[in-house]
Design a protein around this ligand. Structure first.
Ligand SMILES: [Zn+2]
Length: 189
């Protein structure tokens, strides 16, 4: 599938979700049987773990359609980068969408500071550059910057992903999900 068509498919699925006309296809036993031997997802998503931001629901996709990597604050760390690498190298995924969302608890906590354990502090370290590079910015602007910087980090942290983008096999784009309306606002495409 061409990258343009992949983006179109995501946008159309999100429109159905917004308007309560989701078709919820490819979620039955026929689909399950078909996929038992292998998968061929049409896109990869690096999104937040937030329970309100479920890629398969907001893009109205079925089983085997999205390769989703979810981590609080949709950050690119060793594990999430490796997971995206797997989708590109083994499953020939051609589009990666890094998706932030309004009212993100992880980004808000990183902005507010506070005392946390080592693991969460390590996670917040991946969000810190977005805060630093958005002086005076509101939380939505920081969340959007965070998506952009972690998309860049996928490139900086992986020679394999960088090579796939350079060759035109792979495209990385960013988006911002609005909790209230259900709209996925594409920041780049
Ligand atoms: Zn979040």
């Amino acid at each position: 599938m061409k990258i343009k068509e992949i983006i179109k498919r995501l946008k159309e699925g999100n429109k159905r979700f917004i308007s309560n006309t989701a078709d919820r296809k490819l979620r039955d036993s026929t689909r399950r049987d078909l996929l038992a031997a292998g998968q061929s997802p049409f896109a990869a998503i690096l999104g937040c773990s937030d329970s309100r931001v479920v890629p398969e629901i907001i893009f109205d996709t079925g089983l085997g359609e999205l390769f989703t990597v979810r981590v609080a604050g949709n950050i690119a760390n060793t594990s999430s980068i490796a997971s995206i690498e797997f989708s590109v190298a083994q499953l020939n995924v051609r589009l990666v969408l890094v998706k932030g969302h309004s009212n993100c608890g992880a980004v808000t906590a990183a902005v507010e500071g506070g005392v946390y354990g080592n693991n969460l502090n390590r996670l917040f370290n991946h969000i810190a550059p977005a805060i630093e590079q958005t002086p005076g910015g509101n939380i939505d602007e920081i969340i959007k910057k965070n998506a952009e910087l972690n998309a860049e980090e996928l490139l900086n942290g992986s020679t394999m992903i960088a090579a796939a983008v350079k060759s035109g096999q792979l495209k990385i784009i960013t988006a911002f999900y609005h909790l209230e309306s259900g709209e996925v606002e594409f920041l780049t495409d």
